[in-house]
Design a protein around this ligand. Structure first.
Ligand SMILES: [Zn+2]
Length: 179
């Protein structure tokens, strides 16, 4: 198996901007793989980026409500999958060293390995001010693309916002959280 993530420039820009904050952020990218037609070597075109948590460098945790919302979405859209991302912010690098601008932490790798045990297709991603790192059992590649799947993006966004309203939850609950 060999996978290539197709990340729209627009979403890569959003992720890159988040590395400029003091806090670390985490979240998910949603894609629909074309594995049905190409089981051995397929594309993972990303159409949505969501934030699930914010925290101090090295201690970002996802808000449990945002995970419930993601799970509800994936349950009703089983052909979709997700990539879990977090940032190593400028402050992470200032605090822990330049190594983390180029590399996963050992904690990142052990948590990814654990998740791959449960879900062999799991993909982890770290966004630093310098680069995007990808972790998966087949060593997935990433390519940024200029096209943006706006119809698909709107559909996912609408559905996730409906789930948020049902839970009386807003993205502001994460972004305005004091850490
Ligand atoms: Zn990390």
């Amino acid at each position: 198996m060999s996978r290539t993530i197709l990340l729209p420039n627009k979403l890569a820009g959003v992720l890159h901007n988040l590395t400029k904050y003091k806090e670390e952020h985490n979240g998910v990218l949603i894609y629909r793989p074309d594995s049905k037609y190409h089981p051995d070597s397929y594309y993972c075109p990303v159409s949505y980026a969501g934030i699930t948590g914010k925290g101090t460098p090295g201690h970002v945790r996802a808000d449990p409500r945002s995970i419930e919302i993601l799970n509800a979405f994936l349950k009703e859209n089983p052909e979709h999958r997700y990539i879990k991302w977090h940032t190593h912010s400028v402050e992470t690098i200032r605090t822990f060293g330049n190594y983390y601008a180029e590399n996963f932490s050992s904690g990142d790798i052990s948590s990814y390995d654990e998740q791959i045990n449960y879900d062999p297709d799991f993909i982890g991603m770290v966004v630093t001010p310098k680069k995007i790192l990808i972790y998966g059992r087949d060593n997935p590649k990433i390519r940024t693309v200029s096209s943006f799947p706006s119809t698909e993006n709107k559909r996912i966004k609408k559905r996730i916002e409906e789930h948020m309203r049902q839970k009386n939850f807003s993205i502001r609950d994460i972004l305005e959280k004091k850490s």
